[in-house]
Write a protein that binds this ligand. Structure first.
Ligand code: NAP
Length: 319
């Protein structure tokens, strides 16, 4: 089969399109013919060797995807050959085939394309885990999605809308603004604009926001401490470096800083996460948005694109 292979850590150029052996189905696992693979920022950190968890070389990257069940292993009861599915959290999705444990595979509703299926896994799971399992969000609360135009941000806006939170959001482009307003955000700000923090504070009549979902904490954590309401929560989902903050702002507001790590979600939490995703896909409150579909062999282009500004949905690799 064809796959993208990483044989040494480095820039996007280390992603090689190669012929490798097709994997064989295992007990309690499903062999999937991958039609689309979701590109996540974490794929670039793992490729570069800069992620805390180091993959042994060589490996096929990618942890999300969607496709058709080709074969089921002994003990598999939920799936059968020919079924449309999506999967999350299994390394090796940048390939024509992947073997996934049954527990990480989910039925893909007929109304969704394979690309939309590949856009669900990690972004929607992270948004749910951050908003509801880590921050314990409740209907009626206010949330600021600080970085709402990307995979996790869009998922967070859609979950927050369907659960009755009031949503403020930041984006970097007009396209992102229209997208996020269209999904039900009450007010959208531009995180590259001088004075946007003051604009948000003005909008909240200086009360701040009860929950902040932060996609780039190394740039924004200190700003978040001025934007969060008294006894509010700052939920750190993404960060790409260090930042200096004034801890006095934490105690002054009795603010809580909460880290999110989807890889630490327990089996019980994962069960809730994917039940909520399944329900939201069925009642149309969750609709994955695709920004670009790129042929699998051009994975390096996708890795260059995902770290640049201008997000407006997911970048997907198609086989
Ligand atoms: P993405 O699709 O690439 O989106 C990145 C988002 O960050 C875009 O909305 C982008 O907006 C926004 N952004 C850029 N500059 C910003 C700034 N100065 N302030 C606020 N937002 C800014 O990535 P993603 O999949 O949504 O993931 C977001 C982050 O969460 C990444 O760092 C990722 O590694 C991390 N993540 C963490 C976990 C976890 O378990 N903790 C799981 C999944 C993802 P514009 O492009 O419009 O400027």
């Amino acid at each position: 089969m064809k796959a993208i292979v990483v044989s040494r850590f480095g820039g996007p150029e280390v992603l090689e399109y190669k012929e490798i052996a097709k994997p064989e189905v295992q007990k309690d696992s499903v062999l999937i013919a991958v039609k689309a693979a979701g590109v996540n920022p974490v794929d670039t950190y793992i490729r570069a060797g800069s992620f805390g968890y180091q993959k042994s070389l060589p490996f096929v990257p990618g942890i999300d995807g969607a496709g058709i069940v080709e074969e089921v292993g002994e003990g598999v009861s939920k799936f059968s050959k020919g079924q449309r599915v999506f999967f999350q959290g299994v390394m090796g999705s940048y390939a024509e085939y992947i073997v996934c444990p049954e527990s990480h595979v989910f039925a893909l509703p007929p109304s969704l394309s394979f690309s939309q299926g590949a856009a669900i896994g990690s972004p929607y799971a992270t948004a749910y885990h951050g908003l509801f399992q880590c921050a314990k969000a409740k209907a009626g609360q206010s949330v600021l999605v600080h970085g709402a135009s990307g995979g996790v941000g869009i998922a967070a806006v859609q979950f927050a809308k369907s659960y009755g939170l009031s949503i403020l959001a930041t984006v970097g482009t007009q396209q992102g603004r229209e997208l996020v307003l269209g999904m039900g955000a009450e007010k959208v700000f531009n995180h590259y604009e001088e004075g946007y923090v003051e604009q948000i504070l003005d909008y909240t009549k200086n009360q701040g926001v009860e929950i902040i979902l932060e996609m780039l904490a190394n740039k924004n954590l200190e700003k978040d401490l001025s934007l969060v309401a008294d006894r509010g929560k700052i939920v750190v989902i993404g960060s790409r470096g260090r930042i200096e903050i004034d801890p006095r702002n934490i105690l002054r507001k009795e603010a809580r800083l909460i880290g999110v790590n989807l890889f630490l979600a327990t089996p019980t939490q994962r069960k809730s996460i994917f039940s909520a995703i399944e329900a939201g896909l069925m009642n149309n409150t969750l609709r994955p948005v695709i920004r670009a579909e790129i042929p699998l062999e051009k994975a390096s282009l996708a890795h260059e694109m995902i770290l640049k500004p201008g997000a407006a949905g997911k970048i997907i690799l198609v086989t």
